[in-house]
Design a binder for this molecule. Structure first.
Ligand SMILES: [Zn+2]
Length: 189
């Protein structure tokens, strides 16, 4: 098992997402999908760790920097960390991790962390979570429940999303349980 400097942020699963944060991640993933040639998008997650040691993610914020392609994102480390600290101060919330999208290309869509994703997450000691948002277009089908996964479908746009979160635990990087705190019943999970 690879060595991780410092202790990972301790929390009790599931990680809770506000519907607002989920919608924002989905909206950004969709924007990247609609760029000609398709692009992955990348951003930061903010929220709190409450008294029960639960992480509650309230906001997702897009990061403009770096170089995006359909297969990955090259993020300038110093600039992105300055930006994420500034956003944390602005929002008055804790930085809880990053998210990025994986776009469907010719029917193929990488579900988990790629080896490069894993490496950059592991090296980023300030980041407790890495969230992947898969995005693809298609007709709705009945979705079966998949552990540790949130599915969303937007009837208005016809896009599907699959959301998974990875956390640094004592035994390494693992997929963790997530839950969406619903405020309105427009997106179907
Ligand atoms: Zn990736």
């Amino acid at each position: 098992m690879p060595h991780m400097a410092g202790q990972p942020l301790a929390f009790s699963p599931p990680v809770q997402f506000s519907e607002h944060a989920v919608r924002e991640m989905c909206r950004l993933a969709r924007k990247g999908y609609e760029v000609p040639g398709k692009q992955e998008v990348f951003g930061f997650l903010y929220g709190i760790r409450n008294g029960d040691n639960r992480l509650l993610i309230r906001h997702a914020r897009y990061y403009r920097g770096g170089k995006r392609t359909r297969y990955g994102i090259d993020i300038p480390i110093d600039d992105s960390r300055r930006r994420r600290r500034a956003l944390s101060r602005q929002l008055g919330q804790r930085y809880l991790g990053s998210f990025h999208s994986h776009v469907e290309i010719g029917g193929w869509n990488a579900r988990g962390l790629s080896p490069a994703d894993l490496q950059s997450f592991r090296n980023d000691h300030g980041s407790p979570l890495e969230v992947i948002v898969n995005v693809w277009a298609g007709t709705p089908r009945s979705l079966r429940a998949v552990p540790k996964t949130v599915f969303a479908f937007e009837p208005d746009t016809g896009y599907h999303y699959r959301i998974r979160a990875y956390a640094k635990l004592r035994n390494g990087i693992r997929r963790t349980r997530i839950r969406v705190l619903r405020s309105r019943a427009v997106v179907i999970y």
